[in-house]
Design a protein around this ligand. Sequence first.
Ligand SMILES: Nc1ncnc2c1ncn2[C@@H]1O[C@H](COP(=O)(O)OP(=O)(O)O)[C@@H](O)[C@H]1O
Ligand SMILES: CC(=O)N[C@@H](CCC(=O)OP(=O)(O)O)C(=O)O
Length: 297
Amino acid sequence: MEQDHSVLQRKASTLVEALPYLKKYAGEIFVVKYGGHAMGDEALAHQFAEDITLLQQVGINPVIVHGGGPQIGAMLKRLNIDSEFIDGLRVTSKATVEVAEMVLCGSINKSIVADIQAAGGRAIGLSGKDSGMVSARKVERTKADPDSNIEQVIDLGFVGEPATIDIKIIQQCIKSGVIPVIAPIAPGIDGGTYNINADTMAGAIAGALQARRFFLLTDVPGVMNKDKDLLTELDANEIAALKADGTISGGMIPKVDTCLMAAEEGVKGAVILDGRVTHAILLEIFTERGVGTLIRA
Ligand SMILES: Nc1ncnc2c1ncn2[C@@H]1O[C@H](COP(=O)(O)OP(=O)(O)O)[C@@H](O)[C@H]1O
Ligand SMILES: CC(=O)N[C@@H](CCC(=O)OP(=O)(O)O)C(=O)O
């Protein structure tokens, strides 16, 4: 019987296509934001861990920052704690931040680490609290009152954004061949614990590390227009217009903002892409056209 070589040939041609990229990226840091919606499926989670391990094996230095919004939401519901979002940020009471820390630094962080270990890689779970990596400042939001038009401060509670980032512990992990897996929880300058949007945390870390690439994995193909067509590239002006007319809303707001900030800080490729697609990261890195939305400064 004649053998069908087509599958092998396809694999070989993909590998040949990938070779120039492997050389180009060897020794570079890639920050990957792994979103709560993208990690819902167990098989995809294992595949994500395998892809990350493969990147490390070919000489790239992956750094993972993860979310877990839906998982925090589910736990809050079980505990009968109400939760609401303003501009993609969870209003965070004292009780909510306790749950966020438990879910992010506990179950989610450890399950990503375990998946990477099972895939043959080495990983360590950290949060902004560990080794003084991140300190947070409280996020301020204002909104104009529709009647008086006077700006009013909205209190989001224990929602923070990175104020300082010390990259030493991340660099030490990379040097030791260990993949850092970072949860978006950090101590405030006031001593409290702050819940940081994972996109914001990831972009700040990508900027501080001067990462070569920054990937935000989510549950949509990228940024889409009103007709649901994928927008393959966006700059700051286009993003401002899409936010102003409401095309970009909710959880997509912190994503585009953090990509812009990372790009402005020197990250060369900030991309929002679909974490539900098989081997999404590999397709983005090792193909000429890539997938998702590339954000330019
Ligand atoms: N213009 C847009 N294009 C794509 N998604 C958008 C857009 N505007 C808002 N979104 C919403 O942003 C969501 C992704 O953000 P989020 O739910 O916070 O994901 P994650 O958990 O991956 O961080 C999408 O599922 C979609 O509902
Ligand atoms: C302040 C804030 O909104 N924090 C987020 C942190 C987790 C997160 O960002 O998770 P995803 O990336 O899965 O959305 C939250 O509480 O949901």
